[in-house]
Write a protein that binds this ligand. Structure first.
Ligand SMILES: CC(C)(COP(=O)(O)OP(=O)(O)OC[C@H]1O[C@@H](n2cnc3c(N)ncnc32)[C@H](O)[C@@H]1OP(=O)(O)O)[C@@H](O)C(=O)NCCC(=O)NCCS
Length: 151
């Protein structure tokens, strides 16, 4: 399946929100996506003009925080999530940004396995960070320069 990754635009938000509401117990609000678009790191993945996934985050010096990533249920386990993370890593590497962090619900074992397979390690826990339902946040990170050096 041929995919395209491009910058998220304001007019994408209604379609992004449909996925967001399906995929997360507590979904982001539209304004949060607008903010990410303004901060310049918000991308959608499309197949034949249909949005099937997205990734957002923000950069501070040489660190990038992945704030959201999702792939539509029908398209999961096909490598698209991996492609979204690799896309953002390659883009940020070009901007001399090597360290990536994220927070994930400690109960979201699928996402934790996904990030672990991508080379992220657990580096901390924020107690009761999430609500509805209450959950701890596992903080995960990777320095892609270390991985590049290891080959
Ligand atoms: C997490 C998510 C983005 C992964 O996207 P994806 O396109 O399905 O992931 P990939 O196909 O690239 O998976 C790569 C690897 O991650 C692991 N993985 C992904 N989903 C998994 C699952 N449900 N259970 C176990 N391992 C999983 C596997 O090792 C997989 O490789 P494999 O299929 O060869 O075994 C997707 O499951 C999703 O959108 N979930 C709902 C939203 C969410 O939880 N986002 C993360 C918030 S922090």
């Amino acid at each position: 399946m041929k995919t395209e990754i491009r910058e998220m635009r304001r007019e994408d938000i209604p379609n992004v929100m449909i996925l967001e509401k399906e995929l997360f117990p507590t979904s982001w609000k539209e304004e949060m996506f607008i903010e990410e678009i303004e901060k310049q790191y918000a991308f959608v993945m499309e197949i034949k003009d249909k949005i099937i996934g997205y990734i957002c985050g923000w950069k501070l010096l040489d660190e990038f925080n992945i704030t959201n990533i999702a792939v539509a249920s029908d398209f999961q386990r096909k490598g698209f999530g991996n492609a979204l993370v690799r896309f953002i890593m390659s883009k940020l590497l070009d901007e001399n940004c090597f360290k990536f962090f994220l927070e994930v619900r400690n109960s979201n074992l699928a996402a934790i396995k996904f990030y672990t397979k991508m080379g992220f390690s657990a580096i901390g826990l924020r107690k009761k960070y999430y609500h509805s339902p209450e959950d701890d946040a596992l903080i995960m990170g990777i320095n892609i320069m270390d991985n590049i050096k290891k080959g």
